[in-house]
Design a protein around this ligand. Structure first.
Ligand code: ADP
Ligand code: ZN
Ligand code: ZN
Length: 733
């Protein structure tokens, strides 16, 4: 008997809405609808898009009450992604609808994306005859004759000929040509990087050993997890390419995840040049049409490799054999909207479900990965060059922003017309405004944070909600004496200008303002990438900026790296602070002295800090061993799981009441000491919302998430908490 009931999960954001709901399939739809089909269904008074999560032959709902879907969409979601959405919703305490919405073909919600169809003109037999006989007796315009000549060489897209569409239509009415709509795929442009890369490079002995481990993993029937732990420049990307080719040769698909910042056209170009048309790219800077077409190429199996940032972990790649996470330590793998998924964990789950090989690559892996995965080492740079010497400069008691040794080293680089990278650890180089007379601070009207002054601009803005206003000339108290704080960075800029400024020596600045100013108008027009490219091409100069300057980019000939305030991140109340500081220094060191000698200067007021000492010795094994010991002692991940719950509301009472109830539920149902709850604690106001947060530390992730889901669900649907919104962040950053 045919299954006639579709269990449909409507794509609705409300947490309180539970699904799936049953719909009756008519005979026409029974043939084509299966798990993953997208249906437009009547739901209450509206019509909603929904995903079929199951097919059944009967329903608990009486037949007379069952509704039929309005229609089915042309595209569907692979069944294994529907399965993955279920896992994601459970794992991250989200809802099936929200999880499913990550897996949809691009443009599904708006129904805005369509195949691009162009009119293709082709000569009919009559037309061919006419051309071969010269057609002198026919009444044709000059334009029409030209077109016929052109068509004699083969079909032509009508729109590709200036003024062609109208002329072609006239020829069609006379039976000389046929017109037919053909789909024309939209392909993102890739920067070619030279033919050299088309051939695989002969591997170094280290790479050969490493590749052996990867292929062995690929051939394990139940998959494997490998940490590819290799210093910067050790040839990890070459191994991803080899492993991808091996997977393809075995008839299996590949997903390559790269951090957003590294998603340069060059990086993608490397894959396209080596592996060809089978590579598809999915990321937000592509146009919707491009994304739609690339997605469909993957879904249809014409493309078998997907390269992209974290969201590409949901690419519709069938028979997955390999998932690579490049620079696995990067924080951009964590998604900050609900579901707050971690692409690394999703990659691991996808690989597990497909018995695929998961490769996590990094020079500075996270302690969790180091702890959990099999390790494959690439201890040397491909070029055989040594890692640069790292010198720690004690900044205690130094009155200037730059240490005398830094000044000296920069002056030398300038004198020799060399290149240097200077990294400021401060977030945003921020500066803010206060009144010297009454002490007023210019804060955001919606968030409890100071407005940030922008260099060069006459405005200040909120980094959370985007509120912006012009810099005032006087305070509300009448005083005209306003103080700009965060002058440290301006002083630093002056100090740098004194060393570097003037004739012909360029300073390339890359900071939050530049990088975030990027529009989504194509990878080539990303201003951050443009700055990096100019620095790369310049014969000399200094690249100056925040964290971004140390990531994902290779510049030949950088002789000096400087970390201006290495310890700034150590002060953050974040258990990853040590790991981040270590990674920052090590990553910068990885960019310095390629193909020659170079050195790194680390300015710090905490020269004894563990992360800094190990980084100076390039000892990542030593650092990770010590870091794991510390994590174990404090029961931090990977020895526990952290979950953060945030309740937001217009009033602090409502937020506190909701958070209090959830905390009480969790305390009651989860046993201490395996699960402990900290808070509720107030957070700063954000976008006009008062917020309260709980931090839960647990050994029993599944159990606690299940309890939390109920607790949050209850609170969300409880009348006394109306107007409160909830966010649950499992493995918060
Ligand atoms: P990583 O990803 O570990 O930083 P890459 O894969 O980018 O390292 O390699 C660093 C440089 O070495 C690149 O320019 C790459 O083309 C080159 N390279 C990698 N493997 C080889 C090899 N086997 N022989 C020669 N050059 C190589
Ligand atoms: Zn004042
Ligand atoms: Zn704000």
């Amino acid at each position: 008997m045919n299954a006639a009931i579709a269990q449909v999960q409507p794509l609705h954001r409300t947490r309180a809405l539970r699904g799936p709901f049953d719909y009756r399939l008519g005979r026409d739809l029974q043939e084509t609808v299966g798990v993953g089909s997208l249906l437009l269904v009547p739901f209450g008074r509206q019509e909603l898009m929904g995903v079929v999560v199951g097919i059944a032959d009967h329903s608990e709902v009486p037949a007379s009450k069952l509704l039929a879907p309005r229609r089915a969409m042309a595209l569907d979601v692979p069944a294994e992604l529907v399965e993955l959405a279920g896992w994601l919703a459970r794992e991250y305490c989200s809802t099936p609808a929200r999880a499913l919405s990550l897996m949809l073909p691009p443009g599904t919600a708006s129904q805005a994306a369509r195949p691009r169809v162009r009119l293709m003109a082709e000569l009919t037999q009559q037309g061919q005859q006419l051309v071969s006989t010269g057609g002198a007796e026919e009444r044709l315009t000059e334009r029409q004759r030209e077109l016929l000549e052109q068509l004699a060489h083969g079909p032509v897209f009508a729109g590709a000929v200036p003024g062609g569409t109208a002329a072609v239509r006239r020829l069609a009415t006379r039976g000389l040509v046929t017109l037919e709509g053909r789909e024309v795929g939209r392909r993102p442009l890739h920067t070619p990087i030279g033919s050299r890369s088309r051939q695989p490079l002969p591997l170094t002995p280290d790479q050969q050993v490493a590749l052996g481990s990867l292929t062995a993993g690929l051939d394990r029937p139940d998959g494997a997890q490998v940490l590819l732990h290799g210093v910067t420049g050790s040839g990890k990307t070459e191994l991803y390419l080899r492993a991808a080719a091996d997977a393809l040769a075995r008839g299996r698909g590949v997903i390559i995840l790269v951090p957003e910042i590294a998603l340069t056209p060059q990086m993608v170009g490397r894959f396209v040049e080596r592996l060809g048309d089978t590579v598809a790219v999915l990321h937000s800077r592509l146009s919707l049409g491009e994304r739609y077409d690339e997605w469909r190429r993957l879904r249809a199996g014409t493309a078998r490799v997907c390269v992209g940032p974290r969201s590409a972990v949901f690419a519709p790649v069938a028979d997955l054999g390999l998932v690579v996470v490049d620079e696995e330590h990067e924080s951009s793998y964590k998604h900050e909207g609900d579901p707050r998924y971690d692409a690394r964990a999703v990659a691991a789950e996808r690989a597990r479900a497909a018995n695929a090989l998961l490769v996590l690559g990094s020079a500075t892996p996270r302690a969790e990965t180091y702890h959990a995965a099999a390790r494959v080492r690439l201890p040397r740079r491909v070029d055989g060059g040594p890692l640069p010497e790292v010198r720690i400069l004690d900044m205690r008691g130094v009155p200037s922003g730059l240490h005398p040794q830094t000044v000296h080293a920069l002056a030398q680089v300038r004198q020799r017309a060399g290149k240097a990278i200077v990294l400021l650890n401060r977030r945003g180089w921020s500066a803010f405004l206060t009144c010297r007379d009454c002490g007023a601070l210019w804060g955001c009207p919606n968030c409890d944070v100071a407005l940030v002054l922008h260099r060069g601009a006459a405005s200040m803005s909120c980094h959370h909600c985007g509120h912006s206003e012009t810099v005032p000339e006087r305070c509300r108290c009448g005083s005209g004496s306003l103080a700009r704080h965060g002058m440290g960075t301006e002083r630093l800029e002056r100090d740098l200008a004194a060393v570097l400024g003037g004739d012909g020596f360029s300073v390339f600045r890359l900071d939050g303002d530049v990088a975030l100013g990027g529009t989504r108008s194509g990878p080539g027009r990303d201003p951050g990438a443009a700055v990096l490219q100019r620095f790369e091409r310049a014969p000399s100069g200094v690249l100056l900026g925040t964290q971004m300057v140390a990531k994902g980019h290779d510049f030949p000939g950088v002789a000096l790296g400087v970390v201006v305030d290495a310890d700034a991140t150590l002060g953050f109340p974040d258990f990853r602070a040590e790991e981040r500081t270590f990674a920052l220094i090590a990553q910068l060191a990885g960019r310095v002295g390629r193909g020659g000698d170079g050195h790194v200067l680390v300015q710090t007021v905490a020269p004894e800090a563990r992360a800094i000492r190990y980084a100076a010795k390039h000892d990542s094994d030593g650092f990770l061993a010590a870091e794991l010991q510390r994590r174990r002692a404090l029961s931090y991940p990977p020895f526990s799981h952290l979950i953060r719950v945030t309740c937001s509301s217009a009033t602090s009472q409502a937020a506190a009441a909701a958070a209090g109830q959830i905390a009480a539920n969790v305390r009651q149902q989860c046993e201490a000491p395996a699960t402990t709850v900290l808070g509720p604690a107030p957070l700063f106001r954000l976008r006009g919302s008062q917020r309260r947060a709980l931090l839960i530390k647990t050994q029993d992730r599944g159990g606690t998430v299940a309890v939390l889901r109920e607790a949050v669900g209850d609170a969300a649907s409880a009348r006394e908490h109306t107007g409160v919104s909830f966010s649950v962040d499992v493995d918060p950053h």
